[in-house]
Design a protein around this ligand. Structure first.
Ligand code: FES
Ligand code: FES
Length: 160
């Protein structure tokens, strides 16, 4: 089937199998390797991306389901200097990663969490942990990850 997907503001047209997963489309067709595959049970969250602004596990969606929709991956919020998202900066400043395998999914889940939080509300550590419960870190680096997201929300509140 022919699909047109907008990934990181770039339109990609491809002829794909009906059963191709979005994560495979992102990695193999679009060539964007930051989005990882960490399980085959839809539990790890390593494959998390934004679909029309909301976080989704891209291993749970078919490429044909996102025809004409917007996808954002880690590359879309970190590659170009002017577009580095505060969450990415905060992960770097707070050492919010160890091996880095979960990081792409964590960053995208955090961006979605913070963007869906009402302006002016500061999430508690507990609320951040709850917001990330679909994303696993095998290195158990949760403390620095939560700290990074706290710092990111302060950065974002100063931008308002
Ligand atoms: S690879 Fe998608 S949830 Fe693990
Ligand atoms: S930093 Fe290694 S899995 Fe999270």
């Amino acid at each position: 089937m022919n699909v047109t997907v907008i990934i990181n503001q770039k339109q990609i047209v491809a002829d794909v199998d009906e059963n191709m997963l979005l994560v495979d489309f992102i990695r193999e067709v679009a060539g964007l390797k930051a989005t990882n595959i960490g399980c085959d049970t839809s539990t790890c969250g390593a494959c998390t991306v934004l679909l029309n602004g909301q976080s989704v596990k891209s291993c749970t969606i078919l490429a044909v389901q996102v025809d004409k929709k917007d996808i954002v991956t880690l590359e879309g919020v970190s590659e170009s200097e002017g577009l580095i998202h505060p969450v990415v900066k905060a992960f770097s400043q707070c050492h919010g990663l160890q091996c880095g395998f979960c990081t792409s999914g964590m960053v995208m889940a955090a961006i979605s969490l913070l963007s869906s939080t009402p302006n002016g509300k500061i999430l508690s550590e507990e609320e951040i942990r709850q917001g990330l419960e679909g994303n696993l870190c095998r290195c158990t680096g949760y403390n620095n990850i939560v700290n990074a997201i706290s710092v990111a929300q302060t950065m974002l509140s100063l931008e308002l």
